[in-house]
Design a protein around this ligand. Sequence first.
Ligand code: AR6
Length: 180
Amino acid sequence: MNITISGVTVECIKGDIASQKGFSCVVNAANAWLKMGGGVAGAIHRAAGPGLEEECRPLAPIKPGEAVITSGHRLPNRYVIHCLGPVYGVDKPEDKILASCYRNTLELADSYRIDSIAFPAISTGAFGYPVEEAAKIAFKTILEEIPKLKYVKKIRFVLYSEKDLEIHKKVLSSLTEEAK
Ligand code: AR6
């Protein structure tokens, strides 16, 4: 699925965040210490190699909602933006924190003149955020940010399961219908 708003394409695909060729930047659903971890953080660090953890060390710890940027090392992407999502039911208010993840990441990407960025569904794995609730916040924030972006032209959501892909497609199309 693929929609274009103010010259920015937003798409949802099923795939692995660590193999997004042709994208300048991928987003890591990080832990506060910017270490390997499981899920997305595991896939990204494994593919990037040990140089990524080394570059991350002086940038840690980060707070929920915060985003920091590094190079992509052995990933097919020039940059990685590491963002710490809220733990559902623990880091409050979780909706505001999750929105700031997407806002801060897009603002940071634009300040680096990044043209294309791929996101995982931040907080919806180990951090327990219900997928549909998280998708609504993610896309609502992205749609609010798009008019402010100068350089980012392609935004991709990379979902790990068919079910998560379907939920994201449904949420994105209902929000863009509402905006018409
Ligand atoms: N590509 C795309 N999506 C993936 C991949 C992948 N390779 N692997 C998992 N997902 P999570 P969080 C999906 O747990 O909830 C880590 O251990 C997954 O199905 O990676 O923000 C860190 O170290 C889920 O929908 O991130 C942190 O401690 C979504 O990506 C903590 O988990 C996010 O799952 C962060 O938890």
